[in-house]
Design a protein around this ligand. Structure first.
Ligand SMILES: Cc1ncc(C[n+]2csc(CCOP(=O)(O)OP(=O)(O)O)c2C)c(N)n1
Length: 387
């Protein structure tokens, strides 16, 4: 047992007499890192050191993100998907951060799909995933990535993964993309505490898109910012303007370097989900048109276009041709996904275990028997859209 004696730990260095002093949030200044302002102005000295091709690449990926979301929402409306969560408005936040990652870095995402395309996952597999077809996830796994539908559930996995990577002296890092809502879950606190206590190479990238479905970020926490929550866990944090792709790139690039050296970092990217939470949600019930319009004026693509124009890079970019290419890629992906055979209901028993345990085997046989005896049961079972 350790003796409980006063120590010379630096935390005990300053003592105060008289009235006890409260520590308050006002003691903390939390700035939001920005390079290109909403009006497109910037200081040339602050621009990250990227070449012309990389600057153009950032634009292409942001556009990929936007077109993919638009097409997914439109096929959902035609009944070809169950549900989908659009990322419109979050393109700078998603692409600026993912552009810093190495394909060997583990990537567990909440709302961010294009980072997987950036490391080679085919669009077809993302469409299959959103149709509930498990095979889509196989290529995610081959590219060290997964999507967490259960909010916050991936954070302890990422902390544990980072610990394992630390023990095996891995050069890569473990990254969790999460939403503001995820920081309100118990799993987030366990994971962030664990990562802070052990000092593992985990990057927590929180896209504060202002809502967890209908609950605004303000209503989820008494903290003035999400970034400051990291301090309680002994972790450094950066708060960044998520509508400014260059600021996000720079912040996460620096965060990743620090994580590679073994220190966990938390990044809060301040952004906005312009569309509904998912295609099953009606956002007009909890937010005003004025609020959405104000954020539409913060469109990350438009802001970045101003920068590209100022740098004489815009003339080399054929926006319409890029959109056509992405649309064609989506069309081909959709055709390939449509060729996937319709699934059997009994396949809900597959994919969990390599070898089915006896109890599950028993339930499977009972289910097959039921469907044979009572074929009308099919009418009561909700069918997934054709995969
Ligand atoms: C453990 C768990 N509880 C509830 C839900 C239902 N749910 C789906 S998305 C969501 C809100 C997520 O908000 P946030 O973490 O901010 O991410 P965003 O979708 O805004 O990117 C909730 C509560 C869930 N998927 N998982």
């Amino acid at each position: 047992m350790t003796e409980n004696v006063p120590t010379d730990h630096p935390a005990n260095a300053a003592v105060s007499a008289g009235e006890p002093r409260f520590l308050t949030q006002d003691d903390l200044t939390v700035d939001t890192h920005q390079i290109v302002g909403p009006d497109g102005s910037y200081d040339a000295d602050d621009v990250p050191d990227l070449d012309a091709e990389q600057f153009r690449d950032l634009y292409r990926w942001m556009l990929t993100d936007r077109v993919f979301s638009r097409r997914m929402v439109s096929i959902q409306r035609r009944g070809e998907l169950g549900t989908f969560g659009s990322t419109r408005g979050q393109e700078a936040s998603i692409i600026g951060s993912a552009y810093t990652l190495d394909p060997d870095d583990w990537l567990y995402v909440g709302r961010a799909w294009t980072p997987m395309f950036m490391r080679g996952v085919p669009m077809k597999d993302m469409i299959l995933f959103w149709r509930g077809i498990e095979e889509g996830q196989q290529s995610f796994a081959e590219h060290n990535s997964q999507i967490a539908i259960s909010i916050g559930s991936h954070l302890p996995l990422v902390a544990g993964l980072a610990w394992g990577m630390d023990l095996s002296d891995d050069d890569a890092i473990a990254t969790a993309y999460l939403g503001d809502g995820a920081t309100s879950t118990g799993a987030a606190h366990e994971a962030i505490n664990f990562a802070g206590a052990l000092g593992v190479p985990a990057l927590f990238y929180c896209q504060n898109n202002q809502y967890a479905i209908s609950l605004s970020a303000d209503e989820q926490t008494g903290a003035s910012t999400i970034a400051q929550k990291a301090l309680a866990y002994g972790m450094d944090a950066i708060r960044v303007d998520g509508q400014d792709v260059l600021a996000v790139y720079e912040a996460v690039e620096e965060a990743r370097e620090r994580v590679r050296e073994g220190e966990p970092v938390f990044v809060e990217s301040v952004t906005y989900r312009l569309d509904a939470h998912t295609t099953s949600d009606d956002p007009t019930r909890y937010r005003s048109d004025e609020e959405v319009e104000a954020w539409e004026r913060q469109d990350p693509l438009e802001r970045y276009r101003e920068f590209l124009k100022a740098e004489d890079l815009w003339a080399d970019i054929d926006h319409d041709a890029i959109v056509d290419e992405i649309e064609a890629e989506f069309d081909a992906a959709l055709d390939a996904a449509n060729e996937f055979a319709e699934r059997e209901i009994v396949e809900i028993f597959a994919h969990v275990y390599e070898e089915m345990p006896p109890e599950l085997q028993r339930q499977y046989e009972e289910f097959v028997d039921l469907l044979e005896r009572r074929p009308e049961m099919y009418d009561y079972i909700e069918q997934r859209p054709k995969g």
